[in-house]
Design a protein around this ligand. Structure first.
Ligand code: FE2
Length: 375
């Protein structure tokens, strides 16, 4: 047995095992209304709540779920509150990409000793359903990773939250399954700093199936590298602006978010045509590429299962690599500041990120930037 252990390369030891994304917490100006949007438009179900009615005096939080995706929307009840400060600076946005671990103490110790800035030391939270241990570290901007250890907990979400009983009559599910990836925008020259952070502090690797050379062109004017944890359940592309003919879409984000932050969340479906049809019906606005994109689609990606006329009608994009193909579509920003947006993705073998669509996509983004006077 000793020989086996010795023969294993050291890199095989994952010092930060992560089971998956636990939840994504947004700090919002009005969580009650945001929750309605995510329920009625994106199909999430309200499953838990905390606020004044449950004995919490300074904030209200809504837990929304759709299959494996869990969102937490939090609003402060007073101006003198860290959540209010965050909203004043950034608008509504992602505060916490919370990661599900088996040992929040070890996750904290291993990352802080490798240079992570501590936000919350390992802390135990309890209620009648058991206990949850949490710890947090800082990442780019005002964003954090909280490590959630919930193996001794049987409640609906976290201690202190009350389950919402009965059917959610506002919710209109659209078939979203899990978070495929979450993208961070960082400042000029900062991409490799954060790539190194994820390598050194979190033990992530550059995702092997993504072309890591610069993808800046006349149109895209950004650079991106994808980081992934050991079991590849967590994928974090990191973008930085690049100089191009026009103002980078990343620069526009940084201007309006007042710094680095989460740019988009990609949510996976098993049936993108059905999901996007419903999202259209629910009033979600998507980026559109010119119809000419579909004239050459099949010659570019080969045979696909989906009818091209339906993809064209809905605005769904397709890309292929040596492992298969993938379908994707991007919403417009979901708030007035041009910051956070969503991607809907369906993978059919491909593990890439739609590089073949970048040009058409970035031209569509630039048309929107021009309408906002920010190009
Ligand atoms: Fe994406």
């Amino acid at each position: 047995m000793a020989t086996m252990t010795e023969s294993r390369p050291e890199t095989a030891v994952d010092f930060l095992p992560i089971n998956g994304t636990d939840h994504v917490e947004f700090f919002c100006g009005n969580a009650k209304q945001s929750a309605h949007f995510y329920r009625s438009a994106f199909g999430f179900r309200l499953v838990a709540y905390c606020g004044p009615e449950t004995g919490v005096r300074d904030r209200a939080s809504y837990v929304l779920q759709q299959d494996k995706i869990r969102l937490l929307l939090t609003t402060a009840l007073h101006p003198d509150h860290p959540v209010s400060d965050h909203v004043k600076m950034h608008g509504d946005g992602v505060r916490d990409i919370a990661l599900w671990v088996d040992d929040a103490e070890s996750a904290y110790r291993e990352t802080t000793k490798r240079g992570a800035r501590a936000v919350m030391e390992p802390t135990l939270f309890k209620d009648e359903f058991g206990e949850v241990r949490k710890s947090s570290i800082a990442i780019y901007g005002d964003t954090v990773h909280t490590f959630i250890e919930r193996k001794n907990y049987s409640g609906v979400f976290l201690p202190g939250y009350r389950a919402v009983e009965g059917a959610d009559t506002v919710s209109r599910p659209v078939g979203l399954k899990y978070i495929d990836h979450m993208v961070g925008n960082v400042g000029w020259g900062q991409m490799n700093v954060w790539v190194k952070f994820y390598e050194d502090v979190m033990g992530f690797k550059m995702f092997k199936h993504f072309d890591d050379k610069d993808i800046s062109t006349d149109y895209s004017a950004l650079m991106s590298k994808v980081m992934s944890n050991g079991n590849e359940r967590i994928k974090f592309p990191i973008n930085e602006p690049a100089r191009g003919k026009r103002k980078s879409q990343i620069e526009e984000y940084l201007d309006f978010y007042q710094g680095p932050g989460v740019q988009h969340i990609a949510m996976a479906t098993d049936n993108i045509i059905d999901t996007v049809t419903k999202l259209h019906e629910h009033g979600i606005d998507f980026l559109r590429v010119p119809t000419a994109y579909y004239d050459t689609l099949l010659s570019r990606v080969g045979k696909i299962d989906e009818p091209v006329d339906q993809l064209s009608k809905l605005g769904i994009l397709v890309d292929r690599d040596d492992e298969g193909y993938m379908l994707q579509i991007f919403t417009k920003p979901v708030e007035d500041r041009p910051t956070l947006f969503y991607e809907i993705i369906q993978r059919k073998g491909s593990r890439s990120f739609g590089k073949g669509n970048f040009k058409a996509l970035f031209e569509a983004i630039e048309r929107e930037q021009a309408l906002r006077g920010n190009l």
